[in-house]
Ligand binder design. Structure first.
Ligand SMILES: *Cc1c(COP(=O)(O)O)cnc(C)c1O
Length: 394
């Protein structure tokens, strides 16, 4: 029991990873760039031995700049063993999966998974003899019936990409543990602040740090945080893959992390206000925001999550491609572009790809990332874009 157990998320974010020997008193861990590290003698070179964790060895094994951010992310997940950083969220997903899967194994993948994750299953994993079976995001304890002799891993994402179904992670973890199956989660939407995945029993928790950790739409980065017994394999696989996140990017990641709790609180309040405003409009069908009862899995969200972030979707009633495009094109304060989690608002079309039945939402879906602008301005912008939508839809 350390005296820092039980401290709040904001406090944890400020202190995390800032070891004196790495910062030398500089508040934000500085940039240590390196490829070659020089040794005093051959004896000194040999003394490093096999274990290079938190020891200067060669640039690919990192410097204090990377270690400080990795350690900070570990500290955000109570019970976690360690974190490895990657050059993107997708690279993090690939390394996490390759650290647990071998030829002949089967992966159970949630059917609401992020499209590049699905592409990885169809491409890379299939090419190496790993099969994938998709499961319904609302399967809950029913996952037990899908676990077969070859099932080695379950990759969850909660809420799901584009349609925001909330999964019963504790029930899936229980079923997996009973059969010795490794569990992974893409926790990018909630972050460890709103859903501490390792404490919930998940083995590997993945973040696209590109989103809320960096928070300013200017760096690509990913992380995998491992629960007890899973870090050594993750690190080994990542070294074998030659993975290393750049020190300059990690420095920006550490800088972004310090304000993540404050930003998330603002994203949360603004997104909730806008989601509720949309729910009252007759141009709008279901609002797919986990904190609203219209979102599948809402009750699980209330039970398991400490908060909601700034990304959600909604159905434009009767919208087709053209009328949805008219709505998005008419928005002035929302950018049109991939990614999310930055300070600026974004709007994109959301067209879920499904292996199982695709639910009919009664119109095309729009995904919004609510940034740090004033909500009154964003709502006024959406209101005028709804006028443009009605003009095209009729
Ligand atoms: C963006 C995203 C990723 C991938 O992150 P990149 O840094 O863009 O590679 C993974 N999962 C989810 C849910 C995402 O939204």
């Amino acid at each position: 029991m350390s005296k820092r157990d039980g401290i709040g998320a904001g406090t944890r974010l400020v202190a995390a990873g800032r070891r004196e020997e790495w910062t030398q008193g500089i508040v934000n861990p500085p940039v240590w760039r390196a490829s070659t590290i020089l040794y005093d003698s051959i004896a000194d070179m040999r003394a490093t031995g096999g274990d290079t964790h938190h020891r200067l060895y060669y640039g690919r094994r990192g410097t204090p700049t990377q270690w400080a951010l990795a350690d900070a992310l570990t500290e955000l997940e109570p019970g976690a063993e360690g974190t490895f950083l990657y050059c993107s969220g997708v690279a993090a997903i690939a390394a996490a999966l390759l650290s647990v899967l071998s030829p002949g194994d089967e992966l159970l993948l949630v059917d609401s998974a992020y499209e590049p994750t699905r592409a990885m299953a169809r491409g890379l994993l299939a090419r190496f003899g790993i099969t994938t079976r998709f499961y319904d995001p609302l399967v809950g304890a029913g996952i037990a019936e899908l676990i077969g002799d070859k099932t080695r891993a379950i990759l969850m994402e909660s809420p799901g990409s584009l349609t925001f179904e909330v999964q019963d992670v504790p029930a899936i973890v229980d079923a997996a543990k009973a059969r010795g199956v490794t569990t992974l989660i893409d926790n990018t939407w909630a972050t460890p602040l709103f859903f501490p995945a390792i404490a919930a029993g998940v083995d590997l928790s993945i973040l696209a740090c590109t989103k809320y950790v960096v928070g300013h739409s200017d760096v690509m980065m990913g992380s995998v945080t491992a629960g007890p017994g899973h870090f050594a394999k993750l690190r080994q696989t990542s070294f074998e893959l030659g993975q290393v996140a750049a020190p300059d990017d990690c420095w920006l990641g550490s800088r972004g992390l310090r304000t993540m709790a404050v930003r998330l609180k603002h994203h949360e309040q603004s997104a909730l206000e806008i989601a509720r405003w949309l729910a009252d409009r007759n141009e709008v069908g279901a609002v797919l925001h986990p904190a609203l009862p219209s979102c599948p899995g809402h009750k699980i969200f209330v039970r398991d999550f400490k908060g909601s972030s700034g990304l959600f979707a909604f159905v434009l009633n009767g919208a087709d491609e053209a009328s949805r495009a008219a709505f998005i094109d008419a928005l002035d304060l929302f950018g049109i572009g991939y990614s999310w989690g930055g300070f600026e608002s974004l709007a994109t079309p959301a067209d879920p790809h499904r292996a199982l039945d695709t639910p009919d939402h009664g119109g095309a879906i729009v995904r919004l990332q609510i940034g740090l602008e004033d909500t009154a301005d964003l709502i006024a912008d959406i209101e005028q874009a709804l006028d443009a939508f009605r003009a095209v839809r009729g």
